[in-house]
Write a protein that binds this ligand. Structure first.
Ligand code: OGA
Ligand code: MN
Length: 295
């Protein structure tokens, strides 16, 4: 089968035909998908009724997988529903039942409703995320993507010069404190130690620049915190205006891949106390830090 990509938006996002993730891909197919990712930032594949093993195998075509673990969530190993390489983005506990309304893990998961880039809180942040919709909602729960290359391009020359060399501090603490999530244990606090990321990234293949924003960014190195926060807040508001956003309404067995180096994403509200939304993510690790880390 040949890989065919149809654009879904004037700037980014494509819909792919000619791929069946139940079977190994040949090098030409992998290359066509990678090239599509470089160009579109987000690719949507339909009708991929796959197992976790098939999802991991497909994902590994693009690099080694990130292991979610305690640096990315408050879920303990013995509370996990899925295997250690699958990020559980569902609203389900390990007995496959929706979290109770007051469950701490549910509160933590609400952070995905803020615009973010996956694993921007790791010194080497993620390359791709691959999200499989095993059970999708009847209403709500769309995933939105915002093109951070377009957002960068839209800055005027003065603003581009201002952001060029800025370095932000990222941590899960920052995104969760935006929601008023509190009561982290000493161990959780230690896991969520902040890292540094450049605010302007250059894509390793296309050379295109993008704004590396994320809800996990809590301050700018060398700035006063309130000034940094309002600066990042304003930039994020401009970067996520409707012309840069694509909203994906899920069908069961869609698999969506996004390049965390070029786009941000968020999930929209749904009735997560009553409806089941079983979403499973694999994450392809990034290849390098965006900036040397603080000593
Ligand atoms: C993710 C995420 C959004 C969603 O998987 O990283 O933010 O739609 N998910 O569940
Ligand atoms: Mn995410």
């Amino acid at each position: 089968m040949t890989v065919h990509i149809r654009p879904l938006h004037p700037m980014f996002c494509g819909e792919v035909e000619g791929v069946d993730m139940k079977h190994p891909l040949n090098p030409d197919e992998v290359a066509a998908i990678e090239a599509g990712m470089d160009e579109y930032g987000v690719l949507i594949f339909h009708n991929q009724d796959i197992t976790d093993e098939q999802q991991k195998a497909f994902s590994r075509n693009f690099g080694p997988l990130e292991r979610p673990g305690a640096v990315s969530n408050i879920t303990k190993e013995d509370e996990r529903r899925l295997d250690p390489l699958m990020a559980d983005v569902s609203n389900l506990d390990r007995h496959h039942k929706p979290f109770r309304a007051d469950d701490r893990k549910r509160m933590f998961g609400l952070g995905n409703r803020l615009w973010h880039s996956d694993s921007s809180f790791r010194a080497v942040p993620a390359k791709y995320s691959l999200l499989s919709g095993r059970i999708v909602t009847s209403e709500g729960g769309n995933t939105q993507f915002a093109d951070m290359r377009a957002a960068y391009n839209a800055l005027d020359e003065k603003a581009k010069a201002e952001v060029e060399d800025l370095v932000c501090e990222h941590s899960l603490l920052y995104s969760r404190s935006k929601l008023g999530f509190e009561g982290l244990s000493a161990e959780e606090l230690a896991n969520f130690k902040s890292v540094w990321q450049r605010l302007v990234r250059t894509h390793p293949v296309t050379g295109r620049k993008s704004l590396y924003l994320s809800a996990h960014a809590g301050t700018i190195v060398g700035w006063q915190v309130p000034e940094a926060r309002i600066f990042l807040h304003d930039l994020t508001e401009d970067a996520t205006r409707s012309e840069f956003v694509y909203s994906h309404k899920w069908c069961q067995y869609d698999l969506v891949v996004w390049d965390n180096r070029q786009v941000m994403h968020r999930v929209r509200r749904f009735n997560d106390v009553e409806e089941v939304r079983d979403m499973r993510r694999t994450t392809v690790a990034g290849e390098e830090m965006t900036v040397e880390q603080a000593a």
